[in-house]
Design a protein around this ligand. Structure first.
Ligand SMILES: [Zn+2]
Length: 319
């Protein structure tokens, strides 16, 4: 299967579309799993015909949309050089209006009948014009188009992908990360964000929590009310820094923590965090030490690349 080799070596990447499409396609590998007992999302859109696999693009669309929806909702990463932004993101933003403030849809929700019109848009306005045509140049033998939403692949590919799934997935993630790093120059942890489903938030080390209680005199960092229930707040939003390092954590009351959500605080409040960091000694292995200058840079980078035009969080002082 030299075509994957060719894709990794020679393909021109001017967006994340192609590697994201291939990552979605990679799931056909699970068809070959003899231990597979659960139904795979979108399985009905796959059908074996002799030595060919017939695939309805809806199978790709639900995975493709899920990647971009999750990335947009959580990380606001730029996905294309195009100054108008990615078309797939515009389609998703449109859909978000009817979806409301709920968490992004899971793959099974995307598969459901209610999302049919959305999937159709994803296929006709994003996947067909932006991926299928261009992928043809990189991997001419990957599929044959049969018209409508149907493409046909060599069934041998299922077995091949099953055998090499992990390494191909890592390769594709690497391609996506490399491209996103070019476009989102200052954003931390891009590679981990792409594989985010596997990563959960680590809680703050209890030792640091105790230290913070002392330094804050058990009061909320923002509104200064006495802490009864305590939340750990990521001063620069977690989804931007994507780590729970103590330099970026303070203790807050649940109300401030929830109201702040994924916003930045005022710059003046932020300066107080810098002072706090200088006073506190975060000792321990693996603790990143930020000097004032680099931590200020991180704040500015977050404002430019992540925050958009959201207002900064201003706490209401408690009475
Ligand atoms: Zn508070």
């Amino acid at each position: 299967m030299g075509m994957f080799d060719n894709f990794f070596r020679n393909s021109k990447k001017s967006s994340t579309y192609k590697p994201v499409f291939l990552r979605a396609l990679l799931d056909i590998a699970d068809l070959h799993d003899p231990k597979k007992s659960e139904r795979m999302a979108g399985e009905d859109w796959l059908c074996r015909v002799g030595d060919r696999l017939r695939l309805d693009l809806n199978f790709i669309a639900i995975r493709y949309a899920k990647y971009y929806w999750d990335m947009e909702e959580s990380f606001h990463l730029r996905q294309t050089q195009d100054s108008h932004g990615a078309r797939i993101i515009r389609i998703i933003k449109e859909q978000m209006k009817t979806w409301g403030k709920r968490a992004p849809p899971g793959i099974l929700q995307l598969e459901s009948g209610g999302m049919e019109a959305f999937r159709k848009k994803v296929i006709n306005q994003a996947i067909k014009p932006e991926v299928l045509y261009h992928l043809r140049t990189d991997m001419p033998d990957l599929y044959v188009r049969l018209g409508g939403n149907i493409i046909e692949l060599d069934y041998g590919l299922v077995e091949f992908l099953h055998e090499h799934k992990t390494i191909i997935r890592q390769g594709l993630n690497g391609v996506i990360a490399k491209y996103l790093e070019k476009l989102n120059r200052m954003t931390p942890q891009i590679a981990n964000k792409i594989d985010a489903e596997r990563i959960s938030r680590k809680p703050l080390n209890p030792r640091f929590k105790e230290q913070m209680h002392k330094s804050q005199k058990s009061r909320c960092f923002y509104c200064e009310c006495r802490l009864v229930r305590t939340h750990v707040d990521h001063v620069i939003p977690f989804n931007y820094v994507f780590s729970t390092d103590p330099y970026n954590c303070i203790l807050a009351c649940p109300r401030c923590n929830c109201l702040k959500y994924d916003r930045l605080p005022l710059r003046s409040t932020y300066e107080e965090v810098l002072d706090r960091n200088q006073e506190m000694k975060f000792v321990g292995r693996g603790i990143r030490k930020f000097d004032r200058r680099s931590y200020r840079q991180l704040f500015n980078a977050c404002r430019q690349e992540y925050n958009g035009n959201k207002r900064p969080f201003i706490p209401e002082r408690c009475v």
